[in-house]
Design a protein around this ligand. Structure first.
Ligand SMILES: [Zn+2]
Ligand SMILES: [Zn+2]
Length: 96
């Protein structure tokens, strides 16, 4: 399993600071999650912040939070991995 390139604090929920229970891949969807895994574009999360809390307080199924997640994923990619053109080729589109 790849290491997160977003944060070194893998036991702390990236969103609320509580104990982490799972990982959220900043880029996700059909065929995309695996790419994010390979690139380390993921963050530790608690289940409530990830996909089990109220919609307004979690990432998944919360449209603006999902969009911001992908934007952050691309921003980190561009700062640590490759260019915007490389991101677009790999992930199929640009979120920035
Ligand atoms: Zn949390
Ligand atoms: Zn997730």
């Amino acid at each position: 399993m790849a290491k997160s390139i977003v944060t070194d604090y893998r036991h702390i929920c990236f969103f609320c600071g509580g104990p982490a229970e799972c990982e959220h891949h900043l880029l996700f969807g059909q065929g995309i999650r695996q790419l994010a895994e390979e690139d380390g574009l993921k963050v530790p999360a608690c289940n409530q912040c990830h996909n089990m809390g109220k919609t307004i307080g979690r990432i998944h199924d919360n449209p603006m939070a999902e969009r911001l997640s992908k934007m952050l994923g691309q921003a980190v990619y561009e700062s640590k991995v490759g260019s915007r053109e490389q991101f677009r080729a790999r992930y199929g589109k640009s979120y920035l």
